[in-house]
Design a protein around this ligand. Structure first.
Ligand code: AMP
Ligand code: GLY
Length: 427
């Protein structure tokens, strides 16, 4: 079949790598893609926010199946539009994508269905939000309702920080995303990312991962989209995975179906694992970035039949096989990220680095320029490795980074540290 993948990040490079390896994929096209994806797929320069253009491209190129990477087109209803035009598409409809598109929607769904999550209230004006904050006390968490590209959450340690966050959001600094604000209880515990593939009714657990969100070592500096990840997350024991399926994922699918908006696609649960088990921090309606990079390295089975089964409602007796070995990825970002950064610097040594056994390099913001690969975004490369232990995967990833010559980039040197300390303790 002819498959079209939408997106241009490291997540999409990992998906392209896995899809291109499928015997079902006769031809893979990616729009808009990046320099790394160009090694796996033909690139098409399409504006993926222009749904009519995507439909016209699919018709002109006999596309059989579309896989949507990022959340913005999902929340904007690209699945409804493509399916409406008769094109099979992997991912949730606009109504189902509210699980990521509106935090208030998801919080109410949790409250109405006894899904464990932080206690909260929704607000459309600053004064009542601030009253609630003063009543609850700090630490407390303030969130913009809508999509805010990772900038919509303030974990406030003091009342003043929380009240400033409320003012910032209602002042419109996050645009439309801040027209409504959710204030919620601060949850203590260990975070994990959990992924389930859903077909409207059934869900199968994929794998778990842990992400490193802060820009600098020892979790210092600003929040980012993610500076590294590893899979599996040790805190997600078999029992914790089962509880997450039973207490969070499956009740969500039942509630979405009952509402007339069944959820198909990958459901990414951001979890806080505390003394009482898993609580939902938030849902994303797409694969995680950079978690997908490590998930795809560990996936033994063909991805394409799983994505098709999700779309077709056929996951009931589906099974996926995984390599037990852990995988780890270190993000190389442009100096200045997540703030302002330059584009266009040349990156060398990639082939050498990728030559290390078990190493795979997935590109995020890169561009092919003449014979060179140049930086073209904030997060630029994902240097990934699989090994017998997290320590081995980490050693391989950093050995690969040592071969990459890119003075304008930076990366964290402690990806996987907690998991490696755990490995040492249990050895
Ligand atoms: P989100 O964009 O909702 O994933 O939030 C970004 C980060 O803020 C999460 O990964 C957590 O580290 C933190 N966070 C969000 N909500 C809470 C909460 N209720 N309690 C503690 N930390 C939180
Ligand atoms: N790594 C977190 C995310 O994809 O949102």
């Amino acid at each position: 079949m002819n498959i079209l993948l939408l997106g241009s990040g490291g997540r999409e490079h990992a998906l392209a790598w896995k899809i291109a390896a499928s015997p079902l994929a006769d031809k893979l096209t990616c729009a808009p893609g990046n320099a790394g994806i160009a090694q796996e797929a033909e690139l098409a320069s399409l504006d993926i926010a222009d749904h009519a253009a995507v439909i016209a491209f699919c018709k002109a190129n006999a596309i059989d199946f579309v896989v949507v990477g990022p959340e913005a087109p999902l929340v904007a209803g690209i699945v409804d539009d493509l399916e409406g035009a008769g094109i099979k598409t992997f991912g949730p409809t606009k109504a189902a994508a509210r699980l990521e598109g509106s935090k208030g929607f998801t919080k109410d769904l949790c409250r109405n269905n006894n899904i464990p999550t932080a206690a909260y209230e929704r607000f459309t004006a600053a004064a009542p939000a601030k009253n609630y904050i003063r009543k609850q006390g700090a630490p407390i968490v303030v969130k913009a309702d809508g999509l805010a590209a990772g900038k919509g959450v303030v974990v406030a340690e003091t009342l003043a920080q929380a009240e400033d966050a409320v003012d910032m959001m209602f002042a419109g600094s996050l645009g439309d995303a801040g027209h409504e604000v959710v204030v919620e209880e601060f949850l203590a515990g260990e975070e994990a990312s959990f992924f389930a593939l859903c077909d409207g009714t059934h869900a199968i657990a994929l794998a778990s991962a842990q992400d490193h969100k802060r820009a600098f070592d020892n979790d210092q500096g600003p929040n980012t989209g993610g500076m590294g990840a590893y899979s599996p997350a040790p805190v997600m024991t078999a029992q914790m995975q089962q509880r997450t399926m039973d207490e969070i994922i499956l009740p969500t699918l039942r509630a979405m179906s009952a509402m007339g908006s069944p959820y198909k696609g990958v459901l990414f649960a951001g979890l806080m694992i505390g003394a009482h088990g898993p609580k939902l921090i938030e849902y994303n309606v797409r694969f995680g970035d950079p978690e997908t990079q490590v998930l795809m390295l560990r996936l033994m089975s063909d991805l394409v039949p799983a994505l098709l089964a999700s779309r077709d409602g056929m996951l009931k007796s589906f099974d996926l096989r995984w390599y037990p070995d852990p995988a780890l990825t270190v993000v190389m970002a442009a100096k200045g990220y997540p703030g302002a950064y330059d584009k266009g610097s040349v990156i060398k040594g990639l082939d050498d680095a990728a030559g290390i056994d078990g190493v795979e390099i997935f590109h995020a913001g890169t561009k092919a320029n003449g014979g060179h690969v140049t930086a073209n975004g904030g997060r630029v490369l994902n240097v990934c490795a699989i090994g017998k232990s997290v320590a081995e995967a980490q050693a391989k990833a950093y050995a690969a980074i040592a071969k990459i010559d890119w003075p304008d980039g930076f990366f964290r040197r402690d990806i996987g540290r907690l998991a490696i300390e755990r490995e040492k303790k249990s050895a």
